[in-house]
Design a protein around this ligand. Structure first.
Ligand code: SF4
Length: 254
């Protein structure tokens, strides 16, 4: 086994860059409203190969908005379930359709493919551009169908800091909590992407570090870009196990 990857325990997919949000805290910056994503069959095959070789405990799908490219989400989660990966997580803004029948079907497919930790990003930043009423349709359907769902807010400066964004976030969380949905700790916004452009005034002291940065000498998470890029290789061009076997920290783009 590649010594730099001996502690791999997680696989994550940025399923697509597409997103209808325009969040001013988004660490990824601008997004196209529509676009392609990772191939569902290739992503599923990749999950199976990694899970067979490493002690993977979490498979996560996010974006962009992953449910704009939901066939890949279903395929990834189904593969994770078949491989016995215990923690199967999707992070979504809940905004991919305004049609209640489509929303109902998507929730059913998410439940059927084995998602057991649905994280719904709701806060002052998401709801500046994403209509809360549509997201509530999705959240209510998840509750109704018994899909495990939690709220995942983004906090500015800290969870405790008293600023207009955090105050608005608490108000929004209250509305969703009233639907019986628990609140996860969420995350503190770090200065990357749009946050640097639009929230610079809040990063005057010691700014929060990006918690998702990996140590290239001890990689724990295999992260795929929508175009298949991963650890200095690309799964459309090379087998994932070949990429992992030949990874070196110099080649890794973490
Ligand atoms: S934070 Fe999420 S919902 Fe908002 S623009 Fe970025 S990817 Fe889209």
């Amino acid at each position: 086994m590649n010594a730099y990857l001996r502690n791999i325990n997680k696989i994550e997919f940025v399923v697509t860059d597409a997103c209808c949000g325009r969040c001013r805290h988004c660490s990824q910056g601008e997004h196209p409203a529509r676009g392609d994503g990772i191939d569902p069959a290739l992503a599923a095959e990749t999950v199976k190969k990694i899970a067979a070789a490493y002690a993977v405990v979490t498979v996560m799908a996010f974006g962009g908005e992953p449910l704009l490219h939901r066939e890949a989400v279903y395929a990834i989660m189904e593969a994770a379930r078949q491989e016995g990966v215990p923690h199967r997580q999707v992070i979504t803004s809940g905004y991919f359709s305004k049609d209640s029948e489509t929303i109902r079907c998507v929730v059913r497919r998410l439940a059927d493919c084995g998602v057991n930790d649905l994280r719904l990003s709701v806060d002052a930043f998401h709801q500046e551009f994403i209509p809360a009423e549509v997201v509530k349709l999705f959240a209510a359907e998840a509750v109704k169908q018994g899909l495990p769902i939690r709220l995942q807010p983004a906090w500015l400066v800290s969870r405790e800091d008293d600023n207009p964004y955090n105050r608005k976030t608490k108000e929004i969380l209250g509305e969703f909590s009233a639907m019986g949905i628990p609140v996860h700790d969420g995350n503190v916004i770090f200065p990357e992407g749009n946050a640097v452009k639009f929230l610079a005034e809040y990063f005057t002291g010691e700014a929060p570090a990006n918690p998702y940065k990996e140590d290239p000498y001890d990689v724990t998470c295999v992260s795929f870009a929508p175009n298949g890029d991963v650890l200095g290789g690309n799964v459309y061009q090379r087998d994932i196990l070949d990429i992992l076997d030949n990874y070196t920290p110099q080649e890794g783009r973490l």
